[in-house]
Ligand binder design. Structure first.
Ligand code: AMP
Ligand code: GLY
Length: 420
């Protein structure tokens, strides 16, 4: 089978690498990909907003399957578009993708189906928002409605902070803002919970915990994710049951009543408080870097799972996993998530001999004249699977020490809650 993976991050490199293990995969394309994907797939440079060009490439090369990694094309309706040309696509349609694309869509669904979540209010202008905030307790959470790449969420402790948040959001910092969300602050422990769906049935696809803040001790600005580990230390069969019954099932029921279904990965960002799950947000894809810690633990043929989802046949397969732990450290360009340099050479990468349980997934990298250059904020993911989180973390740091690049930085404390 000829498969194309859409995206260019560490998640997409991990997806390509896992697909490559399947004997049924004859060729992988990655659109647009990175330096890492170029060694196992053919990178295709096409603007991801140009659905027609993407479709033309797929049909003229007679590709059998498309996997969509990131949220933007999903929220923009790429699945509906490609399916209208009878192309097989793994990912949710435009209506279902509002679970990530519109926080107010998800909050209203939570309200209608009594899905546990933070109490909230939705406002359409700064005056009403500020009026409401005057009587709120601190901390309080303020969010832009649309996609904001992990940014656009403010935890505010006083009037000054909420005034900045409201002004920045309505001022268009995260794109045109028609609505703002004010939420109760939930105090608990976060967990990323994944399922894979085929429109009728679903299966659990692992748990993980990411570290979103840029500095050690979970301090500083929010980022796309500085590292992750899987499984989450909170996972238990009892908690899984509660998450499915109170959150996933009513969500899928709600979509059904909107005359649609969910196909693809669904990622529930949860806050666990006293063993009870609360939904913070949905994402309509795998997490990045969570994906890089979950796929290395998969035993079952990944292509077979994806095909079962696309063919509404998930019921028929058992997904098997290694019992191991997996931990990922993200190496970033100094300055991320603010201003950072690009186009710096990263030396020694190709000299590292990886063991079977070690992985380097590229994110913001580019290959030019046989050199690997940095090309983004999050640059490389160092992942180790083993029986022990501490071992994995030490081994990942050893790998980082082998490369020659002065302008990177990383968090040495990834997984501290399960290690220290
Ligand atoms: P989101 O983009 O909605 O996932 O929010 C980003 C991060 O902000 C989450 O991973 C949480 O750490 C934090 N957060 C968001 N909403 C809340 C909330 N209601 N209570 C506490 N923390 C929150
Ligand atoms: N790691 C968080 C995300 O993928 O949204």
């Amino acid at each position: 089978m000829k498969v194309v993976v859409i995206g260019s991050g560490g998640r997409e490199h991990a997806i390509c690498k896992t697909l490559k293990k399947s004997s049924k995969v004859s060729k992988i394309y990655c659109m647009p990909g990175n330096a890492g994907t170029s060694s196992i797939a053919e990178n295709i440079k096409i603007d991801l907003e140009d659905f027609e060009k993407i479709k033309d490439f797929i049909t003229s090369n007679k590709l059998d399957l498309v996997l969509i990694g990131p949220e933007k094309p999903l929220v923009d309706g790429i699945v509906d578009y490609l399916e209208s040309y009878k192309i097989k696509v793994f990912g949710p349609n435009k209506i279902a993708s509002q679970l990530e694309g519109s926080k107010t869509f998800t909050k209203n669904l939570c309200k209608k189906y009594q899905i546990p979540t933070a109490k909230f209010g939705i406002f359409e202008n700064s005056k009403d928002t500020i009026n409401f905030l005057k009587d709120c307790n601190f901390p309080t959470v303020i969010k832009a409605d649309g996609l904001a790449s992990g940014k656009g969420v403010y935890i505010c402790n006083n009037k000054e902070e909420y005034t900045i948040a409201v002004n920045e959001i309505f001022g268009g910092k995260f794109g045109k803002a028609e609505k703002i969300l004010v939420e109760e602050f939930l105090k608990g422990e976060e967990m990323s919970f994944f399922v894979i769906c085929d429109g009728e049935n679903y299966k659990i696809f692992g748990t993980a915990q990411d570290h979103k803040r840029v500095l050690e001790g979970d301090k500083g600005k929010n980022t796309g994710g500085m590292g992750a580990y899987s499984p989450s230390r909170l996972e238990s069969s009892e908690l899984n049951k509660k998450i499915l019954n109170k959150i996933i099932n009513p969500t899928l029921k709600g979509l059904k009543e909107l005359n649609t279904t969910y196909k693809g990965f669904l990622y529930a960002g949860l806050m666990i408080i006293n063993d009870e799950p609360f939904l913070i947000e949905y994402n309509v894809r795998m997490g990045d870097p969570e994906c890089q810690t979950i796929l290395p633990k998969l035993k079952t043929d990944f292509l077979q799972i994806i095909l079962a989802s696309v063919n509404k046949d998930l019921k028929s397969i058992d997904i098997e996993w290694y019992e191991d732990k997996c931990l990922c450290i993200v190496l970033c360009a100094k300055g991320y998530p603010e201003v950072y340099k690009k186009n710096e050479e990263i030396k020694n990468l190709n000299k590292i001999n990886l063991k079977d349980n070690e992985f380097i997934f590229h994110a913001g990298t580019l290959k030019k004249n046989n050199q690997i250059l940095s090309n983004g904020g999050r640059v490389l993911n160092f992942v180790v699977r083993s029986g022990d989180f501490q071992f994995s973390r030490n081994a990942a740091i050893e790998l980082i020490n082998k490369i020659d690049w002065n302008n990177g930085f990383y968090r040495k404390d990834i997984g501290y809650k399960v290690i220290d």
